[in-house]
Design a binder for this molecule. Structure first.
Ligand SMILES: [Zn+2]
Length: 323
C-alpha cells in the first residue's frame, strides 16, 4: 500500500514527527483542536442489547452537534468486532469537519462470540492489531490510531493478559498508544504493572479510562505519578454516583502537578445517551463538563486538557508498515 506522506509528518531521514493517526491520515497534534479523548460513534455489543450505536445518520448528527459546540476531534475507543463501521468514518469526519481517530484492540471476552476469539487466537492477535494500525481495518483502508484493551473488576483475567500482551507487542511494532477500559475504574495499577512493568510499554503511551468510576485519590495519584495519561469520561446514568466527584479528582491531580496528563471524554455508549436523542452526548463535554471544570481548575488548564494533553497522548512517532 502506498501512503501519501502529509506535510505535517514529513521530516528528514527515517525519523517521523509525532503524529495523530486519524481516519483521513496522520496529522500534527496541534491540529486536533478541542478533542473528545474517549467516545463512540459506533458501538455494538451483546452486553448492550437494544442500545446499539449503528445509525450513520445519528452518528453524523451527533458529530455535527459536537462541531457546533466547538469540538474538532474525537477518539473512538470502539475496538475490533464491536461494530466500528471503519469504512464510514472518513466520510463522517469530512462532512462534520471533525478529526476522527479509530481504534483496533479487543474488549473483554463477554463482548464476543467464543468462535470469534478462537479465530483471533489462530490468526495471532498482535498481527491483527498491527495490520489494522499500519494497513487498515478490513478492506476499508482506514488505519487505526490507538489500541483499546480492557481490564476486569479489580483483576486481570487470562483474556485481559492475552489482549494486553498483544497490545504491547503491537505498540512495540508501531508506536501506537494503548487506551485501557478499567472496569468500574479498578485495577489501574495492575494494568500498569503488566503493560509497563512486565511488557516494557512506556507509561506515557498508556491512557487509563474510567478512573472517575472509582474515585480513590491515592490510586489516581499513583497512576499519574507512574506517567500514564488519565482519561476522565462521562457522564453516564450508570455511573452518576461517581461522575459528580470528577472535578474534585481533577483538581487534586492538578494541585499535585499532574495537569499535563489529564484527558477528558464523553464516552457515549448508548443511543439514548446521545444529544440528538435528548441525552448529554458529545456536546456536553464542551458545555457542562468544561464549564464545571473551569470552576475547579480554571479555564487555562481545562483548555489544555482538551487540546495539548490530547495531542501529547495520541501523537506518536509511527513505525512499521510504510507509515
Ligand atoms: Zn468507551
Amino acid at each position: 500500500m502506498v501512503t501519501v506522506r502529509l506535510p505535517d509528518t514529513a521530516r528528514s531521514g527515517r525519523t517521523a514527527a509525532a503524529a495523530v493517526r486519524t481516519v483521513l491520515g496522520d496529522i500534527a497534534p496541534a491540529r486536533l483542536g478541542l478533542c473528545d479523548a474517549h467516545d463512540h460513534l459506533f458501538l455494538r455489543s451483546p452486553q448492550l442489547p437494544g442500545q446499539e450505536l449503528e445509525s450513520a445518520r445519528a452518528a453524523a448528527d451527533e458529530l455535527a452537534a459536537f462541531h457546533a459546540a466547538g469540538g474538532r476531534s474525537v477518539v473512538q475507543w470502539t475496538p475490533y468486532g464491536m461494530g466500528r463501521q471503519a469504512g464510514r468514518l472518513p466520510e463522517l469526519s469530512r462532512a462534520a469537519g471533525v478529526h476522527v481517530v479509530a481504534a483496533t484492540g479487543l474488549h473483554q471476552a463477554a463482548h464476543y462470540a467464543p468462535e470469534a476469539l478462537e479465530r483471533l487466537r489462530r490468526e495471532g492477535l498482535a498481527d491483527v492489531f498491527i495490520r489494522e494500525l499500519t494497513d487498515g481495518i478490513g478492506h476499508s483502508g482506514v488505519r487505526a490510531g490507538v489500541i483499546k484493551v480492557a481490564g476486569g473488576f479489580h483483576c486481570l483475567d487470562a483474556h485481559a493478559r492475552w489482549t494486553m500482551t498483544a497490545a504491547a507487542e503491537a505498540h512495540h511494532a508501531t508506536g501506537a498508544p494503548i487506551a485501557v477500559h478499567l472496569e468500574l475504574g479498578t485495577a489501574g495499577m495492575d494494568v500498569l504493572d503488566l503493560l509497563c512493568g512486565e511488557l516494557g510499554v512506556p507509561a506515557r503511551r498508556v491512557v487509563l479510562g474510567h478512573l472517575n468510576r472509582s474515585p480513590d485519590p491515592v490510586v489516581h495519584h499513583r497512576a499519574a505519578e507512574a506517567g500514564a495519561f488519565l482519561a476522565f469520561d462521562g457522564p453516564s446514568r450508570a455511573h452518576h454516583a461517581t461522575d459528580w466527584r470528577m472535578p474534585d479528582a481533577v483538581r487534586s491531580l492538578a494541585d499535585a502537578g499532574f495537569g499535563d496528563r489529564l484527558l477528558l471524554g464523553g464516552d457515549t455508549t448508548t443511543a439514548d445517551a446521545r444529544s440528538v436523542r435528548g441525552g448529554p452526548g458529545m456536546p456536553h463535554l464542551l458545555r457542562g463538563v468544561r464549564s464545571r471544570l473551569e470552576l475547579a481548575v480554571g479555564a487555562e488548564l481545562t483548555e489544555q486538557m482538551l487540546t495539548v494533553n490530547a495531542g501529547r497522548a495520541f501523537a506518536v512517532e509511527w513505525s512499521g508498515g510504510d507509515a
